[in-house]
Design a binder for this molecule. Sequence first.
Ligand SMILES: Cc1cc2nc3c(=O)[nH]c(=O)nc-3n(C[C@H](O)[C@H](O)[C@H](O)COP(=O)(O)OP(=O)(O)OC[C@H]3O[C@@H](n4cnc5c(N)ncnc54)[C@H](O)[C@@H]3O)c2cc1C
Length: 467
Amino acid sequence: MGGADAVTALRRLAPSGEVFAGELALSYAEDATPGMGGRAPLAIVRPGFREEVSAVLSFCNREGIGVIPRGAGTNLSGGVVATEDQVVLAMNGLARLVEIDEANLTATVEPGLVTAALHKAVEARGLFYPPDPGSMAVSTLGGNVAEGAGGLRGLKYGVTRDYILGLQVALADGQVVRLGGKTVKNVSGYDLLRLLVGSEGTLGVVTEIIVRLVPAPEARQAMLAVFATVDAAAAAVARVIAEKVVPATLELLDDVTIRAVEEYSHCGLPAAAAAVLLAEVDGMPEAVAREGERVKAAFRAEGARKVRVANDAGERDQIWTARRTAVSALARVRPTIMLEDATVPRSRVPEMVRAVGGIARRHRLAIGTFGHAGDGNLHPTILTDRRDLEEMKRAEAAVGEIFGVALELGGTLSGEHGIGLAKRPYMRAQFGEAGIEVHRRVKGALDPRGILNPGKVIPPRSLVSQR
Ligand SMILES: Cc1cc2nc3c(=O)[nH]c(=O)nc-3n(C[C@H](O)[C@H](O)[C@H](O)COP(=O)(O)OP(=O)(O)OC[C@H]3O[C@@H](n4cnc5c(N)ncnc54)[C@H](O)[C@@H]3O)c2cc1C
């Protein structure tokens, strides 16, 4: 079927939504991952009803047209990068907060709802949805589910996967299945719910989500500690954990990141520091006071030069603005950033930080390292310029080495950003050929014609690179 015919058919199948093609479609070629080289897709379909999602899938499955489910396009792994023969299913037309069920501590949402909108709605009822990706002001719940997104509060509260109780999913052929539900316990059948979370739009299209909520913490204490070396800061992270305190958040910023953030957002970071740790404890007021003291003591024991505790909401905001603006701030330093999220067991964070420093020196690159140090999920960010081909070669070699070190230390390619297209070449290094084959079989069982987010996550047989 030709492109124009497909667009006409799609308009008929999604009458309440929007369907467009041509120049407008160009802005759906790529996502927040730099340099992925996407093309304007065949068409964009923004369904207004779930039934339209099924109808579009059923049609595309029959015609063998690739479909890319898309939320806000903020992913950092090339997860929604398109080709000219694919249809983008823009899920942000399905963005209702269906219900907050206080008796069962759940919320039911459509996938296009913006993450921060859910936070706001449940917090107004004294409840809490902890997953908080840095992009939450724009990212969607559907995108969060499909990436298994993490965030700043992962250390104590876990990640999106830990809060998904139920999903409604449209399969590749348009059939709809319900997985899980509102029950706290549910072990019927295979754990298909968990299989779908983090499947990056390659196994089904999420059309409804039931999330678990928890009571909002009564008190919070945020603090910032300044260190003379990154090693000392990394050691302080290990000491906090060894002290058996689990802060909600424990974030590291290195010197490159501190300077970039301070220039960008003027939030009072010590521009000359080698590293800072940002931490927050939360819970009942008495526990917060006690745990706050223990975190401070652990920081001082590892040589913190200064520990500043936020005295009010304004100071707390300042601390978290520093962290939340890290990606945008680094993106201003050089034209291209390569932001990785290789993750190691948290006891290995000091080794990982040292290794990234060594890689930066060896390849003569500026790498800003920041991230969720408390859960071993760092974001070494290479500051480069994709027009400088020689530097890009060094940057790519550095990325390969960063992944290599993470795997050697017992870690993983991605803690929260997913594989998409960007990290696909490294999948064999983590899973081996047998592990990749398992991925292929699962994909083949759920999407036999290979129409869902084609080419993402699983390296093709022809891609023999062992990078
Ligand atoms: C500044 C910045 C900060 C960030 N901080 C974090 C962070 O702290 N933690 C973190 O984990 N990530 C972070 N990210 C990455 C990104 O925001 C997350 O991956 C987020 O979950 C993507 O959501 P999205 O709505 O933009 O999805 P998209 O980017 O549109 O899509 C992401 C994936 O989900 C699939 N998908 C989308 N909707 C559906 C659906 N309804 N059904 C099936 N599949 C679907 C897509 O096919 C794709 O594979 C950050 C990104 C930026 C730009």
